[in-house]
Ligand binder design. Structure first.
Ligand code: GCU
Length: 690
């Protein structure tokens, strides 16, 4: 990335602070690194970048333990080289979960050694990035004793990139970084992307859109069908996939593909994709063999079936377990996995109930190598949703939680909305799956095939994410997928120091902006009482999802002259009953339902009084305005950092904040006008103009 025409994100490796630099130089001017697996090439390269940048001197990399030095860094598997084999408990290191690692300060033959070791080569990559993170955050490193294991086995990015056409569904950072025309030629940018992902612990990447046959979507035309990702399963294209996979492999990242359910017909020449047809079963098995010949560590397939125009098992009268299992059996001999999305819905009075209705009855019927990939909430990546009921109700099924890193409904490439606090809320939510104290993060933890999936946001834009501050969401996603117990404050602090350096004013101001920003986004996008999906849709082929248009969505807000909200209690759509107790009881009652979700679960009079005596309509007004005020204060605070941040990034972000203020005010005005126009109550207050 050094010298590249695009941004280095949090891997800038700028000089360490005065107080640390001499210690870093003493400890890391020499490195002895194993030269076994391809991952070790990546490790050596990263040490050159990282230590070179932070200390101003690239380390001398040895092929044997250096003798006449004061200190050195050594990286390798525990049993393969001195001094590691002589200074760590080999069995303990080998007993760590895959991808875990140990970083320890030891003395060996009178020399101060910093040891990085792991049960597998991927762990060495993660351990190296951890050590470098300590340097970029200016931590002391003289006396380290770190043992890390990832909480989630699978930490995967899903790209919604349309191959060949290079457009990105819900992408706000320019065209796709994957240039399928020129693959198998490899771009330096792929390597740098792999570095960014590995540095935060991501170990899987699905490279194409879940909508693999876009022509099926209403309104899409023939030209659009040209960029359909189902073609990646064709033999000629698999060679291109293999080239990408070889780049990611060096960083411990497995490659996955989104595939179309009708692939046996589209790619093969069968006349059906019926999962119970033996020719179909054979087709998938043969295709899997072909892929694994080219890509031995291929991760598997992501599948969107029976949803938004994609084909699926329902087309053949089969259920989703039958649909997934035939493909899973093809992948099983190769250690591959099907990521079967639970995002299945059709016309229905309440879309919220559908994922559970479809999947819960199938609990326990999926093959072991099927992961049911569940969106965090029951609707669709809204600014705030209640947590999907499936996390608490499918104990016999391997599950993953799908989060959206790209900001489809939270301001796209313009608004600052740092989503780690949202994801923390999701992961900390107590499902009661196994009695009290079973948060989502524990439902997902440490089981093979379980984990966290994020819909990616990276594109060709020189800053990767369209908005410099959106880089924090990619960073935070990876860190949280590795360790959901991390605090949002810690993640923000790390990201800012790696990205903007240590100026206390920058660290303090930007931490506050980021940590506060999701709340503001909820306020002006929804009014903060649980309403959602109030955005402008646009045409099916060119959906907007950015501007406000609440009048388009009566089924999501339920506004009438008397009331607002949706009744999802036992007297309404019954969604509430899909939760375990005592969650169901808590949401069922207006008295105990948390205010921030009130109108998601309940339809209430506009002048219903909240706990502090304020009416619903007044609170909606107040929250919308508070959201705008918050964004104004971010804009002003950011302006005050002029001169503390380089001009280019300062200007870029300042312009985004200017625009966010305009957009937030627009949302506030449109929503408040909408509430005002609908609510037929005597004492409603005039909305405030923004
Ligand atoms: C949302 C999004 C679509 C996407 C879908 C999905 O509805 O707007 O673009 O295809 O989610 O998750 O499959």
């Amino acid at each position: 990335m050094a010298g590249a025409s695009y941004d280095a994100c949090w891997l800038r490796y700028e000089p360490a602070t005065e107080e640390q630099i001499s210690s870093y130089r003493r400890l890391f001017s020499h490195a002895y690194v194993s030269d076994g697996a391809p991952e070790l090439v990546a490790v050596r390269e990263e040490l050159r970048h990282g230590i070179g940048g932070v200390t101003g001197r690239e380390p001398h990399v040895w092929h044997h333990p250096p003798q006449s030095v004061e200190a050195f860094l050594t990286i390798g598997l525990p049993d393969e080289m001195r001094p590691i084999s002589e200074t760590v408990d080999i069995a303990a290191v080998q007993g760590l979960n895959p991808d875990g690692y140990v970083i320890r300060s030891v003395t060996w033959e009178g020399i101060d050694c910093t040891v990085v070791t792991a049960p597998n080569d991927r762990g060495l990559v993660y351990g190296t990035f951890h050590l470098l993170r300590l340097l970029t955050t200016s931590e002391p490193v003289d006396d380290l004793d770190i043992v890390e294991e990832p909480a989630n086995e699978e930490r995967i990015i899903n790209h919604w990139d349309n191959p060949f056409h290079r457009s990105v569904e819900r992408g706000y950072a320019g065209p796709s970084i994957f240039d399928w025309e020129s693959l198998p030629d490899r771009r330096e940018r792929y390597v740098d992307y792999a570095r960014l992902l590995a540095s935060v612990g991501i170990n899987g990447i699905s490279v194409n859109n879940v909508n693999t046959k876009i022509s099926a979507r209403e309104g899409a035309n023939e030209a659009v069908s040209q960029w359909a990702g189902w073609q990646l399963l064709e033999s000629a294209n698999l060679e291109k996939v293999a080239a990408l996979a070889s780049v990611f492999r060096r960083y411990g990242i497995r490659t996955y593909l989104s595939v179309n359910y009708a692939a046996p017909m589209l790619v093969g020449d069968l006349e059906t994709a019926d999962p119970l047809n033996s020719a179909v079963e054979q087709w998938w098995a043969t295709k899997a063999d072909e892929i694994y010949d080219l890509i031995p560590d291929f991760g598997g397939f992501v599948m969107k079936a029976d949803s938004e125009g994609q084909t699926g098992p329902y087309d053949y009268g089969r259920d989703h377990a039958e649909g997934a299992n035939v493909i899973a059996r093809a992948l099983a001999p190769h250690d591959g996995r099907v990521w079967w999305r639970a995002f299945v819905y059709s016309d229905h009075n309440d879309r919220a109930v559908q994922a559970y209705d479809t999947f819960e009855p199938l609990d326990g019927t999926f093959e072991d190598n099927v992961t049911v990939q569940v969106k965090n909430g029951p609707i669709d990546f809204q600014p705030r949703e209640p947590i999907s009921t499936l996390f608490g109700t499918m104990p016999e099924t391997t599950l993953s939680c799908e989060l959206q890193i790209t900001q489809e409904y939270t301001g796209q490439g313009v608004h600052t909305s740092f989503l780690v606090p949202q994801w923390k809320e999701v992961l900390e939510f107590d499902t009661y799956a196994d009695g009290e104290g079973t948060p989502v993060k524990d439902v997902l933890r440490s089981e093979p095939g379980q984990g966290i999936v994020g819909v990616g946001l990276v594109g060709e834009d020189p800053n990767w994410t369209g908005h410099y501050l959106a880089q924090a969401n990619l960073y935070g996603f990876g860190r949280l997928a590795w360790d959901p117990d991390l605090m949002a404050e810690t993640i923000v602090d790390e990201w800012i120091r790696g990205t903007f350096g240590h100026d206390p004013n920058v660290v303090k101001t930007l931490s506050w902006i980021l940590l506060d920003s999701w709340g503001a986004s909820i306020d002006y996008h929804t009014g903060g009482l649980g309403l959602m999906h109030l955005m402008y849709n646009g045409s099916a082929a060119l959906e907007n999802h950015y501007d406000p248009a609440p009048e388009e969505w009566p089924v999501y807000h339920g506004a009438s002259a008397e009331e607002i909200g949706i009744d999802r209690t036992s007297t309404g759509s019954g969604y509430v009953e899909q939760y375990r107790e005592p969650i169901a009881e808590r949401y069922e009652s207006v008295k105990t339902c948390p205010e921030e979700l009130l109108l998601f679960f309940h339809r209430l009079p506009w002048d219903h009084e909240l706990a502090d005596g304020t009416t619903v309509v007044q609170r909606l007004y107040d929250n919308c305005h508070a959201g705008v005020e918050a964004v104004r204060s971010y804009r002003d605070a950011w302006k005050s950092l002029e001169g503390n941040v380089d001009d280019h990034r300062h200007r870029h972000i300042a312009e985004r904040f200017d625009e966010q203020v305009v957009q937030a005010a627009k949302w506030c005005n449109v929503l408040c006008q909408f509430f005002y126009d609908h609510s037929d109550i005597p004492d409603k207050r005039e909305r405030l103009e923004n």
